[in-house]
Design a protein around this ligand. Structure first.
Ligand code: NAP
Ligand code: G4F
Length: 363
């Protein structure tokens, strides 16, 4: 049978890497996009026009669009990655987050049932380590109790349980990957890692003075997104539908991430002070280049995530140490150093052009 994947959230970080991965495996890939006033599809622009890559308008909040699309595509695998995925934003838009991240999962499951594809279509649900929230044990594995600690996590908890319920009630092949944080050069710019690597690059090149962060003590198990999408696929190739923790088993603080990113950008940091008064100083110039702002504190913050990937390692044969923390920070920082340098050149060209037009040197 031809392998046909439908990816919700195809424009996101994971959706773009997963599309590349599945196309390389010979899949026909279909992705859901939604209407926006600016068509910003940077992460998948290089895939558009490929014969096996197709985009369709639909929305996780619109059942009818999902039912019609699933019926039209007749996928053999669905990867449900679409979500309002920013934890801090979920405190400001909790209802929207619940609609997309919780009820959206139900809509996908029902779209499969409505089209009578329960026995031919496997479903992967993008679950999250945020379910462990105010953690009850360290490290966290498939048996660790959940304690969601944000509107995002509560919505994702519904997604997790409804997937389990449909698996048991209707014998569907649907599973959750409980993924710990995974980052890349394609990570959204308001997540802490990308915010840091971009700022380190801008500060190193004289385009920004200071980076403002929230909780520097927060600990995360950070992996590389490109390695993690392979696991999403492996979960659906497993003989039985099961849930898996996907993590590296290594933990670092936000402060450690920042120290290393600035190092790769050519700036050595020294930390002084505590809490809201903590600052990161450029050892060479004595300038404060990192400071703490309450604006980035959360009403409840998840501060100690560390995953135990033993089950994924032994049952899926997945390698959690493919990309080390150091390599991840280096590749993201190097990418952003080049991006910022490119922006500088483009700005200079625009300035020169404006000047030449004004002086009539070019018309
Ligand atoms: P991301 O970059 O924020 O991408 C989210 C995707 O969801 C985007 O394509 C977005 O489309 C789409 N989307 C949002 N609302 C939608 C709606 N109403 N209808 C249709 N599409 C909608 O997220 P990511 O980092 O790739 O993460 C992928 C999934 O894994 C998410 O479900 C996230 O919650 C989960 N997860 C991520 C991590 C991580 O560390 N990255 C860890 C655990 C779980 P637009 O481009 O149009 O906004
Ligand atoms: O990068 P973050 O925003 O990621 P967070 O909250 O862990 O969520 C990400 O990973 C989850 C998996 O565990 C996914 F489910 C979710 O979709 C998303 O991809 O924040 C990481 C930590 C937090 O503790 C936060 O308080 O960094 C801390 N932090 C400190 N300063 C900051 C900042 N976070 C952000 N976004 N911005 C800051 O300035």
């Amino acid at each position: 049978m031809n392998k046909k994947a439908l990816i919700t959230g195809v424009t996101g970080q994971d959706g773009s890497f997963l599309s590349e991965f599945l196309l390389a495996k010979g899949y026909e890939v279909h992705g859901i996009i939604r209407r926006s006033s600016v068509d910003f599809r940077e992460r998948i622009a290089h895939l558009e026009g490929k014969p096996n890559f197709h985009l369709h308008y639909a929305d996780m909040g619109d059942s009818m669009s999902l039912v019609k699309l699933v019926g039209k595509v007749q996928p053999t695998e669905i990867y449900n990655l679409a979500a309002q995925s920013h934890v801090q934003v979920s405190f400001d838009a909790p209802e929207f987050t619940a609609d997309v991240d919780a009820v959206g999962v139900l809509r996908i499951l029902e779209a499969v049932r409505t089209n009578h594809l329960e026995k031919s279509c496997k479903i992967y649900q993008a679950s999250t380590s945020e379910l462990y929230g105010k953690v009850e044990e360290i490290p966290q594995n498939e048996q660790t109790p959940f304690h969601p600690y944000s509107p995002y996590a509560v919505a994702k908890l519904y997604g997790y349980w409804i997937v389990k319920e449909y698996r048991e009630a209707y014998d569907m092949f649907c599973c959750s990957g409980i993924l710990f944080n995974h980052e890349s050069e394609r990570r959204g710019e308001t997540f802490v890692t990308r915010k840091i690597t971009l700022a380190a690059a801008r500060i190193a090149q004289g385009n920004q003075d200071c980076l403002y962060l929230g909780n520097l003590d927060s600990k995360r198990d950070w992996g590389y997104a490109k390695d993690y999408v392979e696991c999403m696929w492996l979960i659906l190739q497993h003989p039985t539908p099961e849930d898996f923790v996907i993590a590296t088993g290594v933990q670092h603080t936000v402060r450690e991430f920042a120290t290393l990113a600035f190092h790769y950008a050519g700036i050595e940091l020294r930390w002084e002070g505590e809490g809201i008064n903590e600052i990161g100083i450029d050892v060479k110039t004595g300038r404060t280049v990192v400071a703490v702002s309450e604006d980035f504190y959360r009403p409840t913050d998840v501060v100690n995530l560390l995953g135990d990937p033993t089950k994924a390692k032994t049952e899926l044969g997945w390698n959690p140490s493919k990309t080390s923390f150091e390599e991840l920070v280096r590749l993201m920082t190097e990418h952003d150093m080049a991006k910022v340098a490119g922006e500088g050149v483009a700005a200079k060209v625009r300035m020169n052009l404006a000047e030449y037009l004004e002086k009539g040197i070019v018309k």
